[in-house]
Design a protein around this ligand. Sequence first.
Ligand SMILES: *Cc1c(COP(=O)(O)O)cnc(C)c1O
Length: 373
Amino acid sequence: MEKEVIKFLDLKAVNEAYRPEIDDAIQRVLDSGWYLLGKEGAAFEQEFAEYCQAKHCLGVASGLDALILILMGYRELGLIEEGDEIIVPANTYVASILAISRSGFTPILVEPDEQTYNIDPTLIEEAITKRTKAIMVVHLYGQCADMDSINELAKKHDLKVIEDAAQAHGATYKGRRAGSLGNAAGFSFYPGKNLGALGDGGAVITSDSALAEVITALRNYGSLEKYYNRHKGMNSRLDELQAAVLRVKLKNLDVDTEKRRQVAEDYLLDLKSDRSSLKLPHVADYGKHVWHLFVIRHPNRDVIAARLADQGIQTVIHYPIPPHQQKGYPELNGLTLPLTETIHQEVLSLPISPAMDEDSTRRVIETINKLLV
Ligand SMILES: *Cc1c(COP(=O)(O)O)cnc(C)c1O
C-alpha cells in the first residue's frame, strides 16, 4: 500500500483550522470598501504591538521591507550613514543581508554559535570598527539569540540592535518577547511563517517613537499628510485583507505554537542521536523556542533526505548555499566562514507545523531511527 505523503508544511491544513473566522474576516474587509491603511490594519498593529510587548507596530508589505524600513528610518534620523557597517550572522537567510545592502550599508558577517545557530556573541567585538552602527540579530529557526551579551556590547560601543524576528513570533528571552529585545524588530508574515498571512506581509515593531514616526511616513511615499513628502519613501503597506486574516491568526498563535512545540518535543525525545552522527537542535534555557523550523544536522544529510523522500516524507534544506557564496554577492564570495559553510552542508529541516498529527510525527521518527542504525 502506498503510504500517505507527509508534507513538510501543509499550509492549506494550517489555515483550514480557522476557516470560518478567516472567511468572516475577508467578508468584512470586502464589505467595508476600504482596503489599505484602515481599521483592520490599525487594530492589528495595536494587537501585535501589545503581543510583542512594545509600543509601536507598523504593518508593511514584507519582512524584507520591514528590515529595510528600519534601516532607512535610522538613516533619515541621521544615525546611520551610507557605507556604515552592520554586523549580521553569516548563516542567516539572505533577506537579512539584502536589507543591509539595499539600504546602502555594508554587511559584516559573523559566524554563529555551534549550539544555537544564532550569532556568536563572543565573536562580535572583534568585528566592530569605527564604522559599525548596528548589530542585526536573527532569531533563527524560532529561538532567540543570546540578547544580554549582545545588548551589553551594543551599549558599550553605542550601537543599535535590530532584531530580524521573521522566524520568531512569540519567542521569548528571559520572559520578554521577540520584538522587544532590541531597538527595533522586523517581522515577516509570509504564509509559511509562524504567523502567516494569505500572501506577503510584514511589520516593524519598536518602542522608539521617533523611529516609528519616520517609518510611518517612509512606508507611505515618505508622507504623513497626503501629498506632502517629508522623505523619499516607498510604497510598502500591509493591506486590510491581510491584516484582518492576521488578526484571526494572532489570536490563535500561542495555540499553534504549542502544537509545534509538541511535535518538537516528540522529535527531541525519540530521535536517536546518541550513537549516530545525528545532531538534534539545542534548546537554550534562557527562553521559549517557537519552532519555526526543526533543523537536524548530519554529515550525510542528502542521503537521509533522499531516503525520507522514498518513504513519502518531505524535508527542506534551510539553506543550501550561505549568503557569502551566492552569485548575487560577488563582494562576499572571497570570505571563508568554515562553521557557516559546514552548517549549510549538513542541515535538514524535518516536517513541523500546527497541522502535523502525532501519527505523522511517529512515522518520521521511526523512519529516521531505522535509517541511522
Ligand atoms: C522570511 C525571512 C525574511 C524575509 O521575510 P519576507 O516576508 O519573505 O520578505 C527575513 N529574514 C528571515 C530570517 C526570514 O526567515
